[in-house]
Design a protein. Structure first.
Length: 343
């Protein structure tokens, strides 16, 4: 049928427009690099040892390889020369045995080497001595997965509700419009907190559900309008004449012609949900203890700034800014490329 040809022609034309846009292709390359890094992190090829203590706490950024340090240093030499400066032992001292045991224990502890600083820490270490670069990569894995999964859920719900509402109309349309108005009448932050309070659990899945269940309204409104417009077109009437079911007409015939709307909404919502994860972590509804994300890193960094430790904030904010900017530029270019009005 001509629907398939039209759909293929739309995507081919969109790809040609994207390929001619250098900014869009550069943004796509950045997004692809982040996704490859996410896959490498999830498989353990990269940032597998992000929880290892590779430096002293709050080690500043450095590109030089410092000399190996031990916990002793000057203190060890001081203890080694302690007998010259200590008073003679008093055999009548009741604490003499305890003092000798304590000195032996301290001497052994000082003689043991401390954790060795990494050869280079471009963004320093956090309060536990974790490499900020590896922590940022691992945090990006969590934040990107949250953004993409929540956007997929929101667009899926919005597309399903919009298709049912726009295609059937009548009572079905009235019900979904009422449902849509209820969600949009409540401020988004209150809706997010309400869903978070109902779920009452922390975790990546919880964040995905919170964002997905509250973010479907935008795709719903756009998809509903497209279905209202397309259901009266000739190819849908032809499908109805040959006895196609309502489900097949909605998703076998109409959806390929409006799928670009859902795809653009997916890319836009992914950006918004990556940023929303930061807000949820700040409010205490983010990832649980033991799981790192860009949001949890920024939440930690707000306390570190008081101490003058800026490098964790710089690393997480820079990584998120680069990805969000690239994703936004690509989403804008994709929306322009898929716009049927652009010739």
């Amino acid at each position: 049928m001509h629907t398939v040809h039209d759909s293929a022609g739309l995507w081919l034309l969109a790809w040609r427009r994207l390929r001619a846009d250098r900014v869009a292709m550069a943004a796509l390359a950045v997004v692809a690099a982040f996704l490859l890094l996410l896959a490498a992190s999830a498989s353990g090829l990269v940032a597998a040892g992000w929880e290892e203590e590779v430096a002293v706490h709050y080690a500043p950024p450095t590109f030089a390889a410092p000399a190996r340090e031990t916990q002793g240093g000057a203190g060890q030499g001081a203890l080694a020369g302690a007998p010259q400066g200590t008073p003679p032992a008093n055999e009548f001292d009741p604490l003499a045995d305890d003092i000798r045991a304590l000195r032996a224990t301290l001497g052994k502890a000082v003689a043991e080497p401390a954790a060795v600083r990494a050869a280079s820490l471009p963004f320093g270490a956090d309060k536990w001595g974790h490499d900020i670069i590896l922590k940022t990569i691992k945090g990006g894995e969590t934040s990107i997965v949250v953004g993409l999964a929540a956007a997929t859920l929101a667009v899926g719900l919005g597309t399903l509700f919009g298709a049912l509402s726009g295609f059937h109309g009548g009572v079905v349309d009235d019900f979904f419009n009422w449902f849509y108005n209820v969600f949009t009448a409540i401020p988004s932050i209150l809706m997010i907190l309400t869903v978070a309070a109902v779920l009452q659990q922390k975790g990546v899945l919880t964040i995905v559900l919170i964002l997905g269940l509250t973010g479907w309204t935008g795709p719903y409104r756009l998809v509903r309008a497209e279905y209202i417009k397309h259901k009266a077109r000739e190819y849908v009437m032809a499908a109805d004449a040959i006895g196609a079911s309502a489900w097949r007409k909605m998703f076998g015939h109409i959806f390929p012609n409006v799928s670009h709307v859902a795809l653009v909404q997916l890319s836009i919502l992914a950006v918004g949900f990556i940023k929303a994860e930061v807000i949820l972590s700040f409010l205490g509804f983010g990832v649980p203890v033991g799981v790192v994300s860009w949001g949890s890193m920024l939440n930690e960094a707000q306390n570190e700034l008081i101490l003058g430790k800026w490098w964790q904030l710089a690393a997480a904010a820079s990584a998120m800014a680069v990805l969000v900017t690239a994703f936004s530029l690509f989403a804008d270019a994709l929306r322009d490329a898929l716009d049927p009005k652009v010739k």
